[in-house]
Design a protein around this ligand. Structure first.
Ligand code: ADP
Ligand code: MG
Length: 246
């Protein structure tokens, strides 16, 4: 599903060049639910943005869902993204003046579906994420953080994408809502066969994901280093060690 080969992304800050990603090579198979962890500033969001076609690599090859992204124009990237990727963010990024259901319908405005059909699909997505029906017409401001993140996840799945990328989706939630969001992502992976890449600081995510990748200063940890980093996360959670992603 995801093939990155020697991907680098550099940002210029005054006279300095920041290597946000430094020759990252990574393969994630379809149907996997994986976590991407690492300290703040290690390049996690940059990597997610590149594999979801929001940002571009300066060097290297990026192929996602059967498409080589490196050769696409901005417009082509936007079309590809709308069809293949669902995005979930820490702060939900819902439109405050639109109801829950209208927020979920938004990505469908880019399709030629009829209005009733858009509505039907949005309601179905809200049912999948378990939002209570009487909340469908509520504005985001009238919903709890956990409910808002459910709405955001419904918006991410309403186009039936192959890939869901979630950047710290539990970062602003209490423990109970965070567990519910992780359980929901896991269900989307198991029941709907979505490939999911989850950026998280939350060790509880380990209970749900199949592998962890660790970024440090723009590089992926490998081998013994990766195993140690995974074990360190597991120790904070108190679950038995498992093999690292790579
Ligand atoms: P993380 O998500 O792991 O916290 P990021 O991917 O956001 O890390 O950032 C990695 C590094 O790249 C950081 O040093 C950050 O300041 C820098 N960076 C990210 N985006 C930009 C940008 N648009 N312009 C300049 N520097 C950036
Ligand atoms: Mg980030």
């Amino acid at each position: 599903m995801i093939h990155l080969s020697n991907v680098s992304r550099h940002f210029r800050r005054g006279p300095d060049v920041i290597k946000a990603l430094d020759r990252v090579t990574l393969e994630i198979q379809a149907g996997r639910f994986v976590a991407l962890m690492g300290p703040s500033g290690s390049g996690k969001s940059t990597l997610l943005n590149i594999l979801s076609g929001i940002d571009r690599a300066d060097e290297g090859e990026v192929e996602v869902a059967g498409q080589r992204l490196t050769g696409l124009s901005e417009d082509e990237l936007a079309v590809w993204r709308a069809r293949h990727v669902g995005l979930v963010f820490q702060f939900y990024n819902l439109m405050p003046v639109l109801s829950a259901c209208e927020n979920v319908e938004l990505p469908l405005l880019l399709t030629d579906l009829s209005r009733p059909e858009r509505r039907r699909r949005a309601e179905l997505a809200l049912e999948v994420v378990g939002l209570m029906r009487e909340r469908f017409e509520h504005l985001p401001g009238a919903l709890s953080g956990g409910e808002q993140q459910r709405v955001a996840i419904a918006r991410a799945i309403v186009t039936d994408p192959d890939l869901i990328v979630a950047d710290e989706p539990t970062g602003d939630l209490d423990a109970r809502s965070a567990d519910q969001v992780l359980a929901l992502l896991s269900e989307l992976n198991r029941e709907f066969e979505k490939t999911i890449v989850l950026v998280t600081h939350d060790p509880r995510a380990l209970r749900w994901v199949q592998a962890i990748y660790h970024l440090d200063k723009g590089s992926l940890l490998e081998g013994v280093e990766a195993t140690r980093a995974t074990q360190a996360v597991e120790q904070t959670l108190g679950v038995p060690p498992r093999s690292a992603a790579r």
